[in-house]
Write a protein that binds this ligand. Sequence first.
Ligand code: F6R
Length: 278
Amino acid sequence: MSWRRRIATISPIACSGTRRFDVDLIVTEDDAALSRFAANQIAEIIVARPTAAIVLATGSSPMATYQELAAIVGRERIDVSRLRVFQLDEYLGLAADDRRTLYGWMRRGVLAPLGIGDEQVVRLPSDAADPELASQQYEDAVAAVGGFDLSVLGLGPNGHLGFNEPPSPATAPTRAVSLTAESIASNGRYWGGAELVPRAALTAGMDLLLAARRTLLLVPGAHKRAILQTTVRGPITPEVPASFLQAIPGVTVIADRAARGEAPLPEPAAAGVGVGAA
Ligand code: F6R
């Protein structure tokens, strides 16, 4: 299957060669400008391909972008009725109507504002009785549409993408994971305390995310400065799953000045460092 073939180019062994792409890094004045830029990028992709398969993050980073996107979609009368939307990740062990589900956040933050109904969405169920089966069904659904046309991601404080926690190799499939202490702490701000954050989750796999034809990584805020540098300039390694974005084409990292910092970014590390041991 052609969309999957690209995964082979970033397998741990192949990655230690020359397969490194320059990450397209856009730096905007502030979060508002970041959101406008990102929303316009997403809108262009939808206009070009109204049946696009897109995977959407929750978290705080993309929410203003989704608002901007909803405004553009309304103003320009863009057809979103044929989009296929995929949930990026979900906590495990919550009832479907629990206020903390990421799907609930997705509905409030992006689906409802865009007028996208549940029937257009492939979900990762928070109440999955068989997480392995749910993961396989999700992978099958992505395969059925030929892979993601667009992936809209945020950057975890530990370099996770979705809930692909470190270490996650490029080949990590959709699966159930245990959240790291860092993710639990950072997710605590969403729900009023770390003790309210579930300890396990389902995540779309690195295999699917790294095969996306376009990726937008949204990185606002000074608290992301160090992990942004590591992601775009550090070694490509499972210890920083987002660093694999250096190894695929079609990636745009959109950061604001606060996240980018004032000092010039260091030169990229030698391609593939740390990957061979994965
Ligand atoms: C959310 C998700 C996470 C977040 C990341 C950044 O669906 O998949 O990977 O994108 O933790 O979170 P924020 O944007 O809140 O800083």
